[in-house]
Design a protein around this ligand. Sequence first.
Ligand code: C2E
Ligand code: MG
Ligand code: MG
Length: 854
Amino acid sequence: MELDAMPQLSARALAASSNGVLIADARQPSCPIIYANPAFCRITGYGQDELLGRDCLFLQDTDGEQAAAALPALRRAMAGGEDARMVLRSQRKDGTPFWNDLFLSPVPDQHGELAHYIGIVTDITELKEREQRLAFHSTHDRVTGLPNRHLFTDRLQQALLQAQRHGGQLALLCIGIDNYAFINESLGHAGGDQLLAGAAERLRASVRSDDTVALLGGNEFVVILGDVASPSDAISVCETIFAALAPAFTLQGQQVHASASIGIVLSPQDGRDGATLLRYADMALTRARELGGAHYQFFASEMNHRTLERIGMEAALRLAVFREELQLRYQPLADLRSGAVASLEALVRWQHPVLGLIPAQRFVPVAEEAGLIGAIGAWVLRRACHDLRAWRDAGLAPVRVAVNVSPKQCRDRQFAAQVAAALDAFGLPPSALALEITEAALPQETAAGADQLQLLEPLKTLGVALVLDDFGTGYSSLSNLKRYAFDAVKIDCAFIRDIVTDSGDAALSKTIISMAHLLGMQVVAEGVESEAQCDFLRRHSCDLIQGYFFAAPLTPDEVQTLLREDRRLSPHLLRVQKQQRTLLLVDDEQNIVSSLKRLLRRDEYQIHTANSGQEGLDVLARHAVDVIVSDQRMPGMLGADFLRKAKELYPDTLRIMLSGYTELQSVTDAVNEGAIYKFLTKPWEDEQLRGHIAEAFRLKEIADENERLNLELRTVNHELASANRRLEDVLRQKQQQISRDEISLNVARELLQHLPLPVIGMDDLGMIAFINAAADHLFRGGGALLGNEACVVLPELFPAGDGFEAMASGSRRAPGTHEADIDGVRFAVDVYPMGASSTSRGSLITLSRKEEAA
Ligand code: C2E
Ligand code: MG
Ligand code: MG
């Protein structure tokens, strides 16, 4: 009874099962389906009668990866006569794919021969999709949908293998959105995400479909360009990317512009493994960013060395201050007037345990970036004060030391207090110290700038000297610097290097000197290495020089020696040259001449003598004399008359009378006429007389210097005037060009007015800008058409559909001809885009009667 009921029960069970069940006939070669349950029909979308008799494998996807792997396995299982289970991708009747988990069981007949297959099918599509979604998210970025670092690493690996196998080249681009942090900050993360998604889309569109674009996190995109023939291929992709990113993004309803910087690395040239390539591309990106954004940079091996050096250096530098590895050198600045040491610049050095003595240039920038400059600067300041104190205590003449101040220190509100404390600690007056500030530390003309300006104020109030360092390398103009009250400006060594060969550098240095002097600042030339440079600077009134020519940076001990020996520039290099101090002594008493000569010998004047006025005039004719000292009572010619004559012939000389007779009218007259600068009486007091004569020389030199400066000023003014004249000439020429253009325009207009041919001019927006008399006549009162859109008011001229409308709106630029009926007359209408022989834009339309045209 139970057995009898079995087939019926089985049939019910099969019909009710949610799993699809299929029975195929194994005895026929095509294994036709002989039974399919309702669930199978539901899953596949086929009716039972459509299934019966068909090959049991007809549902399986026969192409794609899975077909390649799964179908043979399925066939093997069927042939082997054993149970098998597999996941297959199949197709529904409507063509949509579904995943089925198939259990296949061969069923033998009573003789043990394979007779049927029973297949049990479970639709696992949903499960499969969930799995795939999970897999996708583990390898892709949620916001942009781009491959993430994980997948990128894999793809890069593949691309490298492929390139290696085929001997090809690949490029890796590291792309950073320049203003991402700012946008993220101002529009919030939602805005930032929108930007990333938008940029991702544009990046994808900028490369080939088989190139990988990935997002490594943050805003760092990477692109793998396979099969790159040359670096220029990578460049053209960069250009495409720049162009793609150029249009504004709409973020949170706002139009926002974004640009990108790109670092490029090539394989195999730059490296063969993914991690190295990525690191190098990242370095190149950093370099591209330093260029100010919207730039691309190829990786260069120095970047690597630089970075490695930096990383190592930064770590060691942190310890350098504590390990007392820093040292100071002092480079003297020599005064071009006296030749003596005017001050010293403190330059920091790092005695590295392995690398030896490292100059500031190599580690100060690292210290600035690593935030260590504050500690180093504080050490330098105290050390300089310490050394100043030691030199003073050793009895050396007080000298000023200039300390370099980094922009960061300058902005520290505690800085002035720190300077005051250091001076105080070593009992030094503020005048012992100068601070060198580079242009980079100077604020721009902004509100924040004004604030920083005030930061220099306390230093000024404190009484330390302020020096503007490296002038010319930044962007400030000298006239701007007036408000900072700098005491001196240093012309950067870059301009000094070629000062005697490069006329541009020479002119610039001369201008800086003149301008600085007008503003009351002293001028220092840095990096003076040769006598020729020094001579040029002397001739152009530079005040101080610094450089290897006078002295290299010295140790504190060497400074002591230098100061003790009072080492100076040699006299022939000085602005005011001592050997030219020439004195003429005139007295009829030889013993007086002799004793004056003896007295003045130690002042190193070049001395000429004469025993009468006439002899004195002879000496003046033969030698350039600065100062004359003359007696009054002499036979032949009175001293007053001699000096009067000397004034007439040599007005630049300074004339002193040295006489025992004071009452004479001729002397007072000569004094009143200005022939005598000073009247001194005999007998004289030695030191006083020496003082008066030295004073006279100084005055003479100042007068000479003034004369020279005047000359220089006249030259500068002359140069300025000639520059102005050149400018005026250019303006005049431009003006003439404009009036010529105007005349030719009027002629052209006139001509067009008289032309029997109707002519209409349109601007580049398709507006009628001109209409001649013939056209005016043709359209009867065409004047009213001016300023209207041509294709609206003259539709007969712009037949739709053949591009002439586009021409009217200015969007088509090629010439063209068509015909039009106007008042029943057929015209040939020619349209010419303008701009071929002028800078005008827009088009010209001419109309000619058809008969005439033919
Ligand atoms: P700077 O202030 O312009 O210093 C002049 C630089 O020129 C020094 O290099 C000096 O050694 C070098 N020099 C001297 N004479 C000549 C010459 O005849 N020809 C050439 N070509 N160069 C010459 P150094 O010591 O390597 O310093 C480089 C820069 O580092 C300095 O430029 C200064 O801006 C900075 N620096 C130096 N010491 C300090 C410091 O203690 N603190 C801070 N913040 N910066 C410092
Ligand atoms: Mg300096
Ligand atoms: Mg400098």
